[in-house]
Structures are given as C-alpha cells and as structure tokens.
Design a protein around this ligand. Sequence first.
Ligand SMILES: [Zn+2]
Length: 290
Amino acid sequence: MKAINISICRCGKFLDKHSWRPVKDVREVIMQKIRETMPKAKIKFEYYSLPEKHKEKKDIQTIVEFKGQVYKPVVIVKMAKCNLCEREGTKYFEAILQIRSRSEPVLKESVEYLQERISGLRQRGVFINKVERFEDGFDLYLTSNKLAQVLGRELLDKFGGGLKVSPRLFSKNKQTSKELYRVNVFIELPGFTRGDYMVVDDHVFLVDKLGRKIKITEAVSGSSRIVDYLGLDYSVLKRQQAYVSKTYPHLEVINPHDYQSSMIKNKPRKDLVLGEKANVVIHKGIYAVD
Ligand SMILES: [Zn+2]
C-alpha cells in the first residue's frame, strides 16, 4: 500500500488534491483516504499527534482491518502553509487601512480592536503585513482588500468618524496575470471617546454614545443631541482636579487657574464632600465631571 501524505495548515485547512479545504478533525481525512482503497475498513488510531511547526512531519499509526486482514499503512501528516496563509509575513498587501485621530487613547483602542478582529480572520487569509506609525495614526498593510473595507466600516460603527475608500493602484500578478487592485481605506476617527467632555457651539457637552451617529449631552441642561462626526466643530476639554471649597448653599471648588472659589455650573452626578478633590473641566466656568 502506498504511503498516505496529508498536508495541513494551522488555519484549519488541509490540501485536497489542488485546493485547500477546511477540516475539523484530521482523523476523518485519514480515514477517508484509507477507505478509498479499502472501503468500509475498520480503522483504529494507535498513535495520533499532529505537527505544530511549519514543515514538521508526524507519522500517524493506524491499524486497519480489511476483509479479514490487518494492515498498518504509513500515514504522514505535514504542516504546510495554505495559499492564503503563505501571504503572512511577506510584502504582499491589497489594502492600506489608514487610521487617523487626534486622540492617542482612541488610536490605541482602535488598533487593539483591529488586531483582535484580524487574528480571528486567519482562515480567510487576512494578515497585517506591515505597520507604519505616524504622529496622528497608523497605516496597516492588509492582505485582503474586501475585508479592509469591512473593517473600516466596523470601526466607524464603533467609534464614529469619517471614511474614504479610494482605489490606489493596481498591478498585474506575474504568476496569474490577474489584475491586482489595491485600495486605500482612510478613516478619520474622532478625537474623543465616550465619557469625554467637549465644547460644541460654546456649550459643554458629555460624549454619551459613539457610532455613525454620535450622542452628546449638554452638561447643564441634560438635553441630548445626535450629531454627525463629519463637520462637527468641537474641542475636547482636559479633565483637571480642584478642591471642593463649599457645599452650601452652592457647590464651589477652588479654580486651579486663579485659586478663587468658584461655583460649579452643573449638577454633579455624585455628592461631593468639603475638602475632596473633584474632577472638573473648565470652559467659561467650572463643571464637575466623573
Ligand atoms: Zn492556512
């Protein structure tokens, strides 16, 4: 009996003649191969362990009962790279995902989100093959043009912002002479995150909800607005600390800029105690924040 050779990829596929197909349990592939020559054979696995490193081979030992005879076919499983995984760690890319934001925490959060999503897309051949860091963002070189656009839209749903997709260039793949399209997916994420305070139309607002539509709530009146990120004129307020100097008849804190006791303009969400350090933002007055 001829030796049975099976190539597997660590994304969970095996090479079936000339194409890579998903496989749940490699044992099923082995049994199928054995039964191609010995239909309905009884198969027992004596030793079964899969290779882990690239190019590593493992012998699988089976005992096969077929028409009253016992066979021990040679089965070799080799760890290889499928047509998609072989793109990992190369210069290959189909899209550049350009993420920009004025806010470092927003950038950090968005990149962490993408890394997690992309690690789950291994089976579909999506890898980050290069990262370029800029002062206001990242360029990620991705191996899938389609999924770069999907991920771009996901970022907008999660963070809000603006998106522009533009074909960048195309070249011919030398091996297949197929035209290769490349796109730039440019995403401008907001310079703020949920819980930030900012000034819009000269009023102080809390950022309540992010997404394609952004919900902001006015600090004094508590009334909310739904806004689009594109065209939004805003400036984010820095949280500062101030000592509570009075709680009655009005709440006052020591203004960290002029050291005067000043009245808080909004109603804080929690009670503040005299002498306590409170988080505040300042814009034509002081606002207590969480
Ligand atoms: Zn693979």
